[in-house]
Every structure is written in structure tokens, then in C-alpha cells.
Design a protein around this ligand. Structure first.
Ligand code: MN
Length: 249
């Protein structure tokens, strides 16, 4: 056996070994950049230990449904400003040692800056998780719950679309789970959310749609319904289903 062929075989083995090590490492690095993991940390960590999370995809990944410039400004400027202003609003108060969910549960007791910026930050965490470049479909369990509650997927889409279309001014449309494990569609004004004690109906959001003009104006101008139709095409049903199943298990 020549030295060259031994080297070749050696190199082959080394390369296989490197692939075996590198693939799981890369996969876990990707997961750590995803908002799903970040969100778990975000909802469980003291506010003063939070870091601004990364987007789980590139800013251009949602094209043509949501354009790159909108994502750049929405994520990098709007959400970042909410995050910075939220931390500033709780700095030096007892709230900074609590989790976001603990503060939201009693949000009516806090200054408006905490609600506006805390909601402004965290609502967008859920928003970016709610969408992705290649949509899928709800899991069997979520699909069953949707059919039971709404009669059909089309009816859910209609109610969710209406919630977004009819929100006057700025706000959000949500699909959430209430304390009985029931799905419900709602809308909140400005940066309020179903997690807050000021919400008409409280629950845990599994799907969030931003209907502030900054979410769609560059591409859709006044055509909010067109933006909503596009949003529906990029829903991250894997994440939405996962959240649903974690709540009702
Ligand atoms: Mn927004």
C-alpha cells in the first residue's frame, strides 16, 4: 500500500469525522439563533438580563411577502427601540428583576412606558416567530382544535383577517389559548397583548400579526388587507402548533 493511498484513506476518515462533529454543532448553533429558543429564555429570564434576540432568518428571507427594507427597519429600528426603551423604563425598579410575563400579568400597575415598550418589544418576538419563508400547515392536533372551535381553517382565517382589518389605527391580531385550553381570536390596540391584564380577553398567544402601518406601509401602503393575505401565506405553522401543543398537553 503506497503512502499516498494511506494518506487518502486517512484524510477520508478525518473528513467523515469532521462532518459527524460539525453537522450537529451547526444545527445547534442555528437553533440558538432562532427566536424559539430565545423566546423561552426571554419569557423566563429577569428583564435586566435580556439581550436583544436575533431574527431566525435573514431580513430578505420573507420576500416577496414582506420586503427586506421593511424587515430591516421593523426589526432593527422599531423593535430595537422598544427593547432599549423598555429596559430604560424598568431600570432601577423592582420590575427589572421580574420576567416579562410577570410584569405583563400586572401591567395596569405600571407606567405607560413599561406597557408600550415592553409590549412593543415582546409582541415582535412572537411576531417574528409566527412567520417564516416556507409556510407549512398546522399539526394534526392543532388542525383538530381549529376545526372544533372555528368549524374550518377558512373560518379561522376569516376571523383572524377581520380582527386585523378592523383594528382601528395601530395594533395586533392574535390567535391565543385561554385558561381552559380553548383557542380564540382577538385584537389589541397599540402594543397591548392577551398576556396583559388590560386585555379584554386574556390568554397565551400562539400567533401574532402586527397591523401597525410600519409593518407593511413601504410595500403595501394603505392596503392592509393585502398585507394580511401575504402574512397568511408565511405563517410558521410548526412553531404555532408547537406552542399550542405545549400549552394543552
Ligand atoms: Mn411592529
Amino acid at each position: 500500500m503506497s503512502v499516498i493511498s494511506i494518506n487518502k484513506r486517512f484524510m477520508k476518515n478525518i473528513i467523515s469525522l469532521l462532518i459527524l462533529i460539525a453537522v450537529p454543532l451547526l444545527a445547534s448553533a442555528q437553533n440558538n439563533n432562532g427566536l424559539s429558543n430565545n423566546k423561552k429564555c426571554i419569557s423566563m429570564k429577569a428583564i435586566n438580563t435580556l439581550e436583544f434576540p436575533q431574527l431566525p432568518y435573514s431580513t430578505g428571507a420573507l420576500e416577496p411577502f414582506i420586503d427586506q427594507q421593511t424587515v430591516e427597519i421593523h426589526y432593527g429600528k422599531h423593535q430595537k427601540a422598544y427593547f432599549d426603551n423598555f429596559l430604560a423604563a424598568v431600570k432601577g425598579t423592582d420590575a427589572e428583576k421580574l420576567t416579562i410575563l410577570e410584569v405583563f400579568k400586572n401591567i395596569s400597575k405600571y407606567p405607560a412606558a413599561v406597557k408600550n415598550n415592553g409590549g412593543g418589544f415582546y409582541n415582535h418576538v412572537i411576531y417574528w416567530e409566527s412567520i417564516k419563508p416556507n409556510s407549512g400547515k398546522p399539526s394534526a392536533k392543532l388542525a383538530e382544535a381549529i376545526n372544533k372551535k372555528f368549524g374550518s381553517m377558512d373560518e379561522l382565517k376569516k376571523q383572524f383577517t377581520d380582527a386585523g382589518k378592523t383594528r382601528f389605527g395601530s395594533g395586533w391580531a392574535w390567535l391565543s389559548v385561554d385558561d381552559k385550553g380553548e383557542l380564540f381570536v382577538s385584537s389589541t390596540a397599540n402594543q397591548e397583548s392577551p398576556l396583559m391584564d388590560v386585555a379584554e380577553k386574556q390568554g397565551t398567544p400562539i400567533l401574532a400579526m402586527d397591523v401597525w402601518e410600519h409593518a407593511y406601509y413601504l410595500k403595501y401602503q394603505n392596503r392592509r388587507p393585502d398585507y394580511i393575505e401575504s402574512f397568511w401565506q408565511i405563517i410558521n405553522w410548526d412553531v404555532v402548533s408547537g406552542k399550542y401543543e405545549a400549552i394543552v398537553k
